[in-house]
Design a protein around this ligand. Sequence first.
Ligand SMILES: NC(=O)c1ccc[n+]([C@@H]2O[C@H](COP(=O)([O-])OP(=O)(O)OC[C@H]3O[C@@H](n4cnc5c(N)ncnc54)[C@H](OP(=O)(O)O)[C@@H]3O)[C@@H](O)[C@H]2O)c1
Length: 301
Amino acid sequence: MGPMDGRVVVVTGANSGIGRETALTLARLGATTVLACRNATRAAEAARAISSGAGTDDVHVVGLDLADLSTVGPCAETILGGWPRLDVLVNNAGGIWSSRTVTAQGFEQTFGVNHLGPFLLTRLLAERLATSAPSRVVTVASFGHHFAQLGMRLSDLQSEHGYVALEVYARSKLANILFTKELARRLAGTGVTANAVHPGPVRSGFGMDGDLGGIQGWGNKVVRAFEISSRAGARTSVFLASSPEVEGMTGGYWVRRKPGHLSRPARSQRAATELWEVSEQLLGDAGFAPPPLPANAPAGT
Ligand SMILES: NC(=O)c1ccc[n+]([C@@H]2O[C@H](COP(=O)([O-])OP(=O)(O)OC[C@H]3O[C@@H](n4cnc5c(N)ncnc54)[C@H](OP(=O)(O)O)[C@@H]3O)[C@@H](O)[C@H]2O)c1
């Protein structure tokens, strides 16, 4: 018997890095583990490794490309149809892109993949999380949000008037924190908690796919010397997904399993509400209006 026996957990981007270690650890703790990934071959390979590493067949793959919102609904439908409950959603998938590219719906890639896609997926799964309560949403943000000193810059959310990869990434991670804050507020009373994580500087595949040309090289090698393993990086995600110590705690930002330090823009309730409303509007305009949040939410939409 493991502490997560009978619990259903979805981890996005679980085929590599922090997500893979998070899924492996939760599977070892007894959870039914669903890997939501964009590449079927990489995901199947990860599922096999997690199955054998955790000694369970209860590891599953669903397709999800956060850069194409048309895949998010079918992913949610597969999850809702495949399992009667959902105890934990870990919004882990994310990326950084050296030059400006856009998603299938024309959103700037970093904002689309790191924020808008997870926003829609969470909304589509929120009702099931509520009927399975107590349940948890864990979103992998970053210390990097501190570099978005000017906040979300709503006037240029799509980074059309200037693109600096690290800044755009920082804003997307700030978005993860503001999303978590507002989600926690709107789900108050439903038994669904929402928390954000900084995993630490992790030696994963992150930013190493050649996508970040200029940022790699000598400086990156120095940074890499201080990095921790993906397993260590998954610890805070696993803690928030499974520990009784954080039962009922919501709206937090966690580093090394403790409350972390937020930048000033990340503490703004107004920014959190504005981002929420703009995100809904953008999704609606693109033809992917999210469903209302479950009842008991005081400021439900
Ligand atoms: N590594 C760090 O030092 C660090 C620090 C702070 C925060 N983080 C955050 O930690 C999270 C996980 O990163 P990682 O370090 O484990 O990096 P990683 O090994 O590169 O993993 C990223 C995951 O996201 C997936 N992904 C990327 N684009 C996607 C899309 N369009 N649709 C669905 N999945 C997509 C990737 O899938 P593919 O394999 O198909 O590309 C991969 O599974 C990210 O949110 C990142 O921002 C990392």
